[in-house]
Write a protein that binds this ligand. Structure first.
Ligand SMILES: [Zn+2]
Length: 275
């Protein structure tokens, strides 16, 4: 099952839910300074409203909400300047860029007005809400409006710029097949899992053992030309076992240092471990 995600390039909330500027009684948010909105789920376009280029996208299947609710979801977005590429029944895939900010309709600046409704699209998709004196207009509320922070997970790649909400962060694959420790270790090296305590927290939330991953990361980072300094009491066999290499290969690689007798290694000798 898909988790519903808020996936924008930049999260700059220029108007909160229930704000008395023009969202009084309305659980919509306005996002500005962004370039695009990606579809939170796979769905179909159910309505287009030309006055403000409003689009209602309904999920094709039930989705998982950030608060754990399982249901269909409908998302309403307003003010894109050009929705000529969108039409009724068009299928939109999750993570597909489908909506942009704009100034179409009653607005003070370029943004996307976003509201989420629980369940399938019904009727006209919205109804008239409270009068908003500051903009001298009525708010129009999506049917079954739902707190957007309880509906959508925030994608971890979103650059958060202005936000006063606590979002649940979406973890890729956390609910599907888990990636191998090796894959995750590579992602850590690529910088996808933050640093320090944040890395620890995120890895553990995604169900990974932090220490195991961290050991692998250290191993991968030292992958080629690893050296081992012989300690008192070591045997070539022990060292080979420790690094999971064949002892004869280890010997051949270091014959110049060890000499003719593989049973005679001396503390302080620096052995090359090749994987
Ligand atoms: Zn708005």
């Amino acid at each position: 099952m898909e988790k519903a995600i808020l996936n924008v390039d930049v999260l700059y909330i220029s108007q909160n839910m229930n704000s008395n500027f023009s969202h009084n009684g309305d659980l919509a948010i306005d996002i500005s300074k962004l370039k695009y909105l990606k579809a939170p789920f796979t769905g179909k376009i159910k309505r287009k409203y030309s006055n403000c280029n409003g689009i209602w996208l309904e999920s094709s299947k039930k989705v998982e909400y950030a608060d754990g609710t399982i249901d269909y979801m409908t998302i309403m977005t307003l003010h894109d300047n050009d929705v000529s590429d969108l039409y009724i029944n068009k299928k939109i895939k999750r993570n597909e860029i489908y909506y942009q900010p704009g100034v179409k309709g009653n607005v003070t600046g370029s943004h996307i007005h976003i509201a989420v409704g629980k369940g399938k699209f019904k009727g006209t998709g919205w109804y008239k809400g409270k009068y908003q004196p500051k903009v001298k207009a009525y708010a129009w509320l999506i049917n079954n409006q739902y707190d957007i922070t309880k509906a959508l997970f925030l994608h971890p790649d979103v650059k958060v710029s202005k936000n006063s909400y606590e979002w649940k962060i979406y973890e890729e694959k956390s609910n599907n097949l888990k990636k191998s420790n090796n894959e995750i270790a590579k992602e850590v090296i690529q910088g996808k899992w933050d640093n320090g305590n944040m890395r620890k927290k995120r890895l553990e939330e995604a169900g990974y053992n932090y220490n195991e991953i961290q050991d692998l990361v250290n191993e991968l980072l030292n992958n080629d030309n690893k050296y081992y300094i012989v300690q008192k009491g070591d045997t070539l066999w022990d060292i080979a076992m420790k690094y999971k290499v064949y002892w004869k290969d280890l010997y051949e690689e270091n014959k110049d240092i060890i000499g003719d007798n593989p049973n005679l290694i001396k503390p302080g000798q620096r052995l090359l471990i090749k994987f």
